[in-house]
Design a protein around this ligand. Structure first.
Ligand code: NAP
Length: 300
């Protein structure tokens, strides 16, 4: 047992509330000037409970800051062509002004997800998944940064956790979390300048790598993957994972990729799940939507 004090909790809900309060002012200014609020159109395909719940919390958060959010529901049987056509019709403002367009993932297995995401025009791509936005991010001139990656960086900045010259290890190399976060943390400037290592399912002796991390981010989707023995004493541990686990008595709860109870005795900072990165992801989506509306109003 270590005699280190337990890690400081990074409270994503409190930070998201602060960000929302600032955004609400920005959104009010836009609304006064253009006589309409910024508008987000979300495409929800099928009736997966987790997706429906994420969309519900995104729409509720939008309403809190004064952004108008419309959810377009589509049956799970919709095919790629139909979804591409729908996204294009939204982009022609046929569902009302659509400053931001978001397609909730995952899409059903029979759908070509890349084709549907690519149909979102890059200037309304508030998830930041379009190749043009990924390219801009990789060149250090980001427009829309994928929300979870932006949220993690914002959390580190807000907590005053130094990234410059530090070793950041990210577990998970997805296009939506791991890769963009690696780009952000290794970019020049505040919240960047880290030395970044990206781990994945083929990484050999991963614990030897994670033990070198000053900042350790887990974005995998495996409960309890990161244990205390994988963490350098004093590290900042950011848990992106969201997993629903069911106990033998049938009750279920959300948990991250980090074994919270053991790791909090070793780390200096740790995010809870829920209440850590999740609320930041939603706050960054709202920020991207406000930015999309502003860029559109300026014609570019
Ligand atoms: P993903 O696309 O499935 O990617 C998972 C990554 O983890 C892959 O790169 C995979 O490696 C790697 N991986 C799998 N098993 C591994 C292992 N045993 N050791 C090391 N790496 C391993 O997932 P994602 O979309 O990035 O999401 C990751 C997690 O974050 C999920 O739990 C998701 O629900 C959660 N999430 C949370 C938020 C939030 O707001 N908090 C937002 C988005 C996602 P390979 O590339 O080799 O397959």
């Amino acid at each position: 047992m270590s005699d280190r004090p337990a890690a400081t909790l990074l409270d994503g809900r409190a930070l998201a509330a602060q960000i929302e309060a600032n955004l609400a002012d920005e959104v009010q200014t836009f609304t006064d000037m253009f006589k309409r609020p910024p508008r987000l159109v979300v495409v929800l395909v099928g009736d997966m409970a987790a997706s429906a719940s994420y969309v519900k919390s995104k729409a509720a958060a939008a309403a809190r800051v004064g952004i108008d959010a419309e959810v377009v529901r589509v049956p799970a049987t919709a095919d790629t062509l139909a979804l591409v056509a729908l996204v294009k019709s939204i982009a022609r403002d046929e569902h009302g002004p659509a400053d931001g367009i978001l397609v909730q993932l995952p899409l059903p297995a029979h759908v070509d997800t890349v084709a549907v995401l690519d149909a979102v025009p890059p200037d309304r791509d508030v998830d930041g998944f379009h190749p043009e936005n990924a390219g801009l991010l990789s060149q250090g001139r980001a427009r829309f940064i994928p929300c979870t990656a932006a949220g993690v960086q914002r959390m580190l900045l807000d907590a005053g956790i130094e990234t410059a010259g530090r070793h950041a290890v990210i577990i998970g190399r997805s296009d939506i979390v791991g890769k963009p976060l690696a780009l952000l943390l290794s970019a020049k400037g505040p919240g960047g300048d880290a030395t970044v290592t990206l781990c994945h399912s083929r990484s050999a002796d991963m614990a030897a790598i994670t033990r070198q991390a000053d900042i350790l981010v887990a974005a995998v989707g495996r409960p309890g993957l990161v244990t205390a023995s994988m963490v350098k004493p004093g590290a900042a541990v950011i848990d992106v994972g969201i997993n629903r686990v069911t106990a033998p008595d049938g009750t279920s709860r959300l948990t991250g990729d980090v074994d919270f109870e053991s790791v909090r005795g070793v780390a200096s900072w740790i995010t809870p799940v829920p209440g850590g990165v999740g609320p930041l992801t939603v706050a960054m989506l709202l920020a991207n939507t406000a930015l999309a509306a502003e860029l559109r109003s300026r014609g570019g």
